[in-house]
Design a protein around this ligand. Sequence first.
Ligand code: FES
Length: 144
Amino acid sequence: MAEAVAGADGVLAAAASGAVPGRGPGGVPATGPGGGARWHCLGPAESFRDGNPHGVRAFGTDLVAFAGRAGAVRILDARCPHMGGDLRGGRVVGDAIDCPVHQWRWDGSGRCIGGSPKLLPVRAWVTGERDGLLYVRAAEGAAS
Ligand code: FES
């Protein structure tokens, strides 16, 4: 069985024989150059399921992580695309998060679902869980 481990640099790598290169936690396919995936471990997934937004930093980017009603943890850019509000200080509402500045609302896929006449999206990041740990995958063009 494939095992994946996160190194000190946050890179997720196949560790045992029979591993499936290019696959991250939960079998999420990787898209990195050469099939390699870059994953950053964010710690116990359960700690993100308290109904609050959590600020995290990975790949040189400030992010916000939150869990919806079903418990799936979603991760978005922390910077609001409207006027730069910090979503880490926002409010989780159902499966979405509100910006603390003008209360525009985004779902876990980054789609604006309320408050905005322009419906500006925010970047959403791929997540995965394995052995109770939450991982975020590097976005295209993300820093190392
Ligand atoms: S700054 Fe976020 S909604 Fe206006």
